[in-house]
Structure formats: structure tokens, C-alpha cells
Design a protein around this ligand. Structure first.
Ligand code: AVJ
Length: 322
């Protein structure tokens, strides 16, 4: 089989450098934090896949329902020649879009973007096997940093699915949307998945499942720090916390120290003290309303063209035009 083209903008040493800078900033801050970027090592990626199949975690299924219902309409509306997928990995949802675009007869190229070379290579091979003749041009990079270099034949649809935009705080979202807008030509498209505000009990359950898979996923970030920067976190001494921040309208995940602890991060020459009950913030996952999404898109230079939700109104997919 022919090999996919891969542009590598993020080398392993860049990722290592970013991790170290982030860990130093987050663990010396008050309150302490770690970026959700670092959840996704091999184990974390597996755990996230498990999360998407949990009965409590509705976003993946709800988004898939919307895309299955609307893929043909997306293809007909956009007539896209290329599909660019930011933070790719949700290959099943990608296939719904690729199949619809191929059916419509306009699809030429698939441009998956991810931070992981191995994930991207695997995904690219799988897609090439199933879509003979499709050009696959992968981009290894950080979607918040390397957008200016996006390839793809115009008109493009840039898909940012799964609700991952909710990991960004409002000012980061603003910057992200403007950056995407700047790399697109007028008339090109953004397909954006956003989880919606709903009753807090449903939201909290989705991030604190009965089987404890999300708790494992959350604690695994400490394994990543132990391995990658020489930390000595006692991972079992932290408990998973998921709470609804009603003011910000986001879910927060935290890790709460069960006892007083001193942690050393050997590679950073850093000593970090936790007191019993202290919480380390590991993720925000913002939830949205239609008006807010419309405003953020408009502020970023996009016009909201279509807004679709699943039948239960839990998750939205927006099609916006640059
Ligand atoms: C992959 C960022 C969309 O925020 O719902 C799942 C990650 N965290 N359970 C989300 C996640 C805890 C997920 N995103």
C-alpha cells in the first residue's frame, strides 16, 4: 500500500519541552493544575475509548447520532474536496463524513491532525485501506499551535469534534477560532461538536461513572508525570473529583490528595507539597448553549449556518462558514 504523507510540526523533543514547561507552571501555581493534554498516552487513550462506551458518557453516542443523520446534508452543503480533522482519533465519526463526501462525489483528500505520530499513522493506514484512491495527508501538531500549516484542497471542511473545544477556556477558544478562521479561505467550513448545558446530575455522572473508568483516566495523568518527568506521585493517594461549575458552565475534574504529601519531580528539580484534601485541577470541559456558540463563532469570524442536536438535545454539531 502507498504510504500516507505526514507533515511533522511537533517533534518528540518539542512535546517533552511543552510538558516540562506545563508541569512546572501548573504544579507551582495556586491552585495547582495539570493540562488535560497529557491524559492521552497509550493507556490514557485506551481509557478514553472505554469512557466513550460507558452508559453514563452520552456525548460520543449523541454526536454520532447527529453525524449519522446529517452527513449527507453536510456533504451536499459544503461540496468539500477535503476533510481536515483536528485532534483526530474518532475514526468512526470521521468515516461517516468521508463516506458521505465520497458518495457526493467531491472528496479528494483527508487531512487528519494529531499530536501523536503513531496514532496518526495507524489512523491514516486504516482510512487508506477503506477508501481506496483517497489522498491522506497527516499533520503531526498541536491544534492550538500549528494550524497555519494546514494542507488540503479547497473547499475544505475542518472538523473539530467530540466537544474537545470545551477543554479550552473562553479566551483560548477565541484565539483558536480566529486562528482557524485565518487559515481558511472565505466560504470554507468549520464543523464543530459541542456538549450542551443540561441538568448537573447528568453531567456529573458522565464524568464520574459507576465503574470508575473516568477516575482511572484522571489518575493516569499522574502516571504520565511519573514516567515522563521523573515524578514520584503515589497515584492511589489521589481521589477523583468531578464537579459542575455553574457559574462558568463547565465540568471540572480534579485529583484530591487523601493525605499530606511531598512529591518530587526529579527532572525539574521540583518539590511540591500537597496538604490533605488539596485538589489539583486536571480538566475543564465546558458545556454550551446555542446563543453562546453562535456568538463565539461570529466573534471568531464565522457565520453559523446550521445547528443540529441529537433527539434528546444533549449535544450539538454546528456547521459554520468562514
Ligand atoms: C475528549 C475532551 C471531549 O471533555 O468530555 C472524558 C475528555 N474527560 N471524560 C470530555 C473526557 C473525562 C472529553 N473530551
Amino acid at each position: 500500500m502507498t504510504e500516507p504523507v505526514l507533515d511533522v510540526h511537533l517533534k518528540p523533543e518539542d512535546a517533552a519541552h511543552a510538558l516540562r514547561a506545563d508541569v512546572r507552571a501548573g504544579l507551582t501555581a495556586n491552585p495547582k493544575w495539570v493540562s488535560p493534554k497529557w491524559f492521552y498516552d497509550a493507556v490514557g487513550s485506551e481509557l478514553f475509548e472505554d469512557i466513550t462506551r460507558l452508559p453514563e458518557y452520552y456525548p460520543t453516542r449523541a454526536e454520532r447520532e447527529v453525524l449519522a443523520d446529517r452527513a449527507a446534508e453536510i456533504a451536499a452543503t459544503t461540496g468539500a474536496h477535503s476533510l481536515v480533522e483536528l485532534g483526530s482519533g474518532s475514526s468512526e465519526k470521521t468515516r461517516l463524513l468521508l463516506s458521505a463526501l465520497r458518495e457526493h462525489g467531491t472528496l479528494q483528500e483527508f487531512v487528519p491532525q494529531d499530536v501523536s505520530v503513531s496514532a496518526l499513522t495507524d489512523a491514516a493506514h486504516a482510512i487508506m485501506a477503506d477508501y481506496p484512491g483517497l489522498r491522506v495527508h497527516g499533520v503531526v501538531g498541536d491544534f492550538t499551535q500549528h494550524l497555519s500549516l494546514l494542507p488540503g484542497e479547497s473547499p475544505r471542511v475542518v472538523a473539530f469534534l467530540g466537544g474537545t473545544i470545551g477543554n479550552l477556556i473562553p479566551e483560548e477558544r477565541e484565539k483558536f477560532l480566529r486562528t482557524v478562521r485565518d487559515v481558511l479561505e472565505p466560504g470554507e467550513w468549520l464543523l464543530l461538536g459541542t456538549d450542551l448545558v443540561k441538568d448537573p446530575a447528568t453531567l456529573v455522572r458522565a464524568y464520574d461513572d459507576a465503574q470508575g473508568v473516568t477516575a482511572e483516566f484522571n489518575r493516569n495523568v499522574l502516571n504520565v508525570l511519573n514516567r515522563e518527568v521523573g515524578g514520584d506521585f503515589d497515584v492511589e493517594a489521589f481521589e477523583h473529583v468531578a464537579l459542575w461549575n455553574a457559574e462558568q458552565e463547565w465540568i471540572e475534574m480534579r485529583l484530591r490528595a487523601k493525605r499530606d504529601m511531598r512529591v518530587t519531580i526529579a527532572e525539574l528539580g521540583l518539590t511540591v507539597d500537597f496538604h490533605a484534601g488539596e485538589e489539583l485541577r486536571t480538566e475543564v470541559s465546558a458545556k454550551f448553549r446555542e446563543e453562546g456558540v453562535r456568538e463565539e463563532l461570529e466573534y471568531g469570524g464565522f457565520a453559523l449556518h446550521r445547528w443540529w442536536t441529537d433527539t434528546e438535545g444533549r449535544f450539538a454539531v454546528s456547521l459554520a462558514q468562514a
